[in-house]
Ligand binder design. Structure first.
Ligand code: C2E
Ligand code: CA
Ligand code: CA
Ligand code: CA
Length: 278
């Protein structure tokens, strides 16, 4: 299940024109990807650093392209946003994720699944109603559902975003401020929006053992989060040394290759059983 094929797209983009052509072709393909059953849900475990328990996962979309192989969302989410197709992709993810949550609940598994929302999703007037309706249909416990939003989802229309987030919170789901520290006004958004969890961006986590500034930013973000009564997640934890350092600093949750790369959601519970046995 190759994470590695994600850069296939650059292969046929030799010049600017070729790049535009390939973008257009890719857009056309993406429109059909749903019907052609080429979209996949991968997920990456989230682990509680104090107990060592797997407490949930983040859902990450993948596109199994017929010729390019497994395409990373970094290559097509932007395209989907520009074309408005993201609304359909999000709906597809929501449905799939809710059906998995229903299955997990049926199997007695109480884990959270976090779904990424795009800026466009927050501007869609029906998003909260749709989510509420689907959660009722699939009989999903709100405690099992998390939404990850980046600052970019909030800048376009902060009032509308606040309205959507407030209504989502009223359903009982958790909200995560994703890629924390990379935007223009992270602190201000933390103050103005009802986020439960801060997710420190991997650009601070990855170099934190070599770079004193990154280390200081990570340390103070964990402290800040805790002072504000928020949980803190670190993403991009690739080594045991980084893991230990974060643990010493009281970081609540971690995600990263040191635990697992994103894997097909079908394999998640099996992976977890093996991992816990080891
Ligand atoms: P993100 O939400 O910040 O997700 C984290 C990304 O970091 C994922 O890339 C994940 O595979 C990668 N990652 C996880 N652990 C490590 C690690 O230890 N080291 C390193 N270097 N990377 C790690 P991915 O899956 O390629 O997704 C990229 C971005 O695409 C996501 O960033 C998110 O913004 C977007 N995305 C993915 N799925 C969806 C989706 O369903 N909807 C929306 N709107 N966006 C999505
Ligand atoms: Ca995310
Ligand atoms: Ca992130
Ligand atoms: Ca990111």
């Amino acid at each position: 299940h190759g994470e590695s094929l994600g850069d296939g797209i650059t292969g046929f983009a030799g010049s600017k024109n070729a790049e535009q052509m390939s973008r257009l072709a890719l857009m056309g393909d993406l429109r059909l990807a749903g019907q052609r059953d080429e979209l996949r849900v991968f997920c990456q475990p989230k682990i509680d650093m104090k107990t060592g328990q797997i407490v949930g996962a983040e859902a990450l979309i993948r596109w199994q392209h017929p010729t390019l192989g497994m395409v990373s969302p970094t290559h097509f989410i932007k395209l989907a946003e520009q074309s408005g197709l993201i609304i359909d992709l999000t709906k597809w993810m929501l449905e799939r994720c809710f059906s998995w949550l229903q299955k997990w609940k049926h199997d007695g598994i109480r884990e959270t699944l976090a779904i990424n929302l795009s800026p466009h999703d927050l501007l869609s007037s029906s998003i909260v109603c749709d989510i509420g309706k689907w959660m009722e249909q699939w009989k999903i416990c709100p405690e099992a559902v998390e939404f990850e939003l980046t600052e970019s989802a909030l800048v376009e229309d902060p009032c509308a975003a606040l309205d959507v987030l407030t209504r989502l919170k009223a359903i009982g789901v958790k909200l995560l401020l994703d890629d924390f520290g990379t935007g223009y006004a992270s602190l201000s958004y933390l103050q103005r929006f009802p986020f439960d969890v801060i997710k420190i961006d991997q650009s601070f986590i990855l170099p934190m053992l070599e770079n004193a500034d990154s280390a200081a930013i990570v340390r103070s973000t964990i402290e800040l989060g805790h002072i504000l009564g928020r949980h803190v997640v670190a993403e991009g934890v690739e080594s045991e040394d980084v893991w230990r350092c974060l643990q010493e600093q009281g970081c609540d949750l971690a995600q990263g290759y040191v635990i697992s790369k994103p894997l097909p959601i079908e394999q998640f519970q099996g992976w977890k059983a093996e991992w816990q046995a080891a």
